[in-house]
Design a protein around this ligand. Structure first.
Ligand SMILES: [Fe+2]
Length: 213
């Protein structure tokens, strides 16, 4: 490479380094970390404890939080940020406006790490107290209800029945799932206990750089 070409390449590199938002860099390092956890071949619960702990690190990263400040509210939409071609996990973002409340639901057979990046959400968990024999009706009992503040992560194992809700605040969550939504049904429960199947929210592709000003 000539001296001029080498200088140009150097300039180009430093320009692109300047253009990389530190929150984007944090996200890319996070994805690389998750991929190494998968590569280690841990058993599933240990893998997900590791994912939850890495997500907690990202959720406490101020640059990443700032990156999400420009993300638009998307009730009814799931922002798909990354689907891992090799390991199958998916990362999506949910930006809730005030007074959002999901019906009680599970995530079927999948694992989920739910990280609150900004604002807060209440996570309420339930168990079925009926014998499970009626496919159309269930009796749910609340077993816990906790506020998950920004920087916190809720790990949701398969079949765990829960709701997420907020109050008069905007809430941003980054969610790691063992597989992308859309290909299987969740079980959801209305307040009267009737059961319905749901495929999840509308999904849209959402590059991590969305909202950088
Ligand atoms: Fe959920």
């Amino acid at each position: 490479m000539t001296a001029v070409a080498s200088t140009l390449a150097g300039e180009r590199r430093s320009q692109s380094e300047e253009m990389t938002h530190p929150g984007v860099a944090a996200f890319e390092a996070f994805v690389a970390d998750l991929r190494s956890l998968y590569r280690e071949g841990r058993n599933i619960p240990a893998l997900w404890r590791g994912i939850a702990s890495r997500l907690e690190g990202l959720a406490r990263n101020e640059s990443f939080r700032r990156l999400t400040d420009g993300w638009p509210e998307g009730d009814g939409k799931q922002y798909v940020v990354h689907v891992d071609a090799e390991y199958g996990f998916a990362i999506d973002a949910l930006v809730r406006g005030p007074f959002h409340k999901a019906p009680a639901h599970d995530h079927a057979h999948t694992w989920t790490a739910y990280g609150v990046i900004a604002g807060w959400e209440r996570v309420t968990r339930y168990v079925r107290t009926d014998d499970g024999s009626d496919p159309k009706h269930a009796v749910l009992q609340e077993v816990s209800s906790d506020i998950c503040h920004a920087g916190g992560v809720d790990l949701v194992p398969p079949w765990s029945i829960h709701t997420e809700s907020n109050d008069d605040n905007r809430a941003v969550a980054l969610v790691v799932r063992s597989e992308n939504l859309g290909g299987f049904d969740h079980t959801a429960y209305r307040d009267d206990g009737s059961i319905f199947a749901a495929r999840g929210l509308i999904r849209i592709d959402f590059p991590i750089t969305t909202g950088i000003r």
